[in-house]
Design a protein around this ligand. Structure first.
Ligand code: FAQ
Length: 311
């Protein structure tokens, strides 16, 4: 019997062979990947804004240089991810247009404000920590270009997480006021970070199929639990209090039980009504307008170079 294209695809998935751009794939697989990878790319790009807010006010030259490098890394991650998504047949211009018009989603976490320098530490420690927890398994995702992009992204995220933890450690070993700043930032970022992993499994419409296709390797709740179990000892080490009165070690499950997440807040932010959603889109649109002359100049240069080559 001759195998159908679908059989070949399913066999590859079953035997952990990567799916590559020119391989046949179900339309829904392609669509899910474009959705997830483009949202991921948009998150990296919008994710530059909260920390970018502190570049001009970093407390020392060294901190400023490190923060600049981190924010630039996020731009690079966005570019690898748009390239990976483009291999599935959607143009970067189209994806970008969807971001700028507010049609496309990006991670809820980047719609919260950065009110103090400690927020830069908290983002590196918590947000990059959550990003790593989610992205290390994506190095084994079934779509080749996405998996390969994740390898380098994860290496850079590890550096980001260390720099965040180091900022928190410096503040926690500093004056009373510095320690308070760290705790206050922790209080504001903890719950939104737990929301980054997405809705709970029963309310996650995409998880089941994405697990079957090995796009996702763990469910939202599995990753969230691992994250809590990893972070609690780190908070203890820093001398910070996790802002959750229901947090408790559960011997039987070998992990922490934690309090209820405010899902109303989550969906509200996802729908565009978080504290900074409008500001974030405004900032991206402004950058697009102000960068128009650079794009035009680059196009003119490319055309000129092409004519010169023909001669
Ligand atoms: N925010 O059925 P599910 C970073 C949406 S890290 C907004 O569970 P799925 C690094 C979801 O899209 C952050 N929307 O969906 C950095 C879906 O809507 P749709 C980016 C969310 O895809 C650090 C609906 O809810 N990381 O950027 C969120 O199976 C520091 C139902 O959800 C990634 O994107 C949310 N938090 O699972 C940069 C990782 N959660 O599309 C700068 C890759 C869910 O049907 C500074 N993505 N939604 O209309 C993933 O692993 C998955 O897409 C999940 C969601 C786990 C995010």
């Amino acid at each position: 019997v001759e195998k159908s294209l679908e059989d070949i695809f399913e066999e590859k998935i079953a035997s952990e062979i990567r799916i590559e751009p020119k391989d046949w794939m179900p339309e829904k697989y392609r669509k899910t990947l474009v959705r997830q990878i483009s949202q991921h790319a948009h998150s990296e790009i919008v994710g530059m804004l909260p920390e970018g807010n502190w570049i001009t006010r970093a407390p020392s030259l060294k901190r400023k240089a490190i923060l600049l490098a981190k924010v630039q890394d996020e731009a690079g991650h966005g570019l690898y991810l748009y390239s990976a998504a483009e291999t599935l047949g959607t143009s970067r211009d189209q994806m970008f247009e969807d971001l700028l018009s507010g049609k496309a989603k990006y991670s809820s976490i980047f719609n919260y404000p950065t009110l103090s320098w400690a927020d830069v530490g908290a983002i590196g420690w918590l947000v990059d920590g959550a990003a790593i927890m989610n992205q290390v398994p994506l190095c084994r995702t079934s779509y080749g270009p996405y998996a390969r992009a994740m390898v380098r992204v994860c290496k850079e995220e590890s550096f980001h997480q260390r720099q965040g933890f180091e900022i928190m450690m410096t503040l926690c070993n500093g004056s009373e006021e510095q320690k308070e700043m760290a705790q206050e930032a922790f209080n504001r970022w903890w719950w939104p970070t737990l929301m980054m992993f997405g809705p709970k499994d029963e309310e996650s419409p995409n998880t089941e199929q994405s697990m079957r296709w090995k796009i996702k390797r763990f469910t939202n709740d599995e990753l969230r639990q691992r994250f809590v179990d990893m972070m609690v000892p780190q908070a203890e080490f820093l001398g910070l209090t996790v802002p959750d009165k229901d947090l408790k070690w559960n011997e039987a499950k070998g992990g922490y039980d934690f309090g209820a997440i405010d899902w109303n807040e989550f969906w509200n932010v996802v729908k565009g009504n978080g504290p900074c959603n409008k500001d974030r889109l405004k900032a991206r649109n402004k950058a697009q307008e102000e960068g128009a002359w650079v794009r035009e100049a680059a196009m003119a240069y490319a055309e000129k170079a092409a004519t010169r080559e023909k001669k």
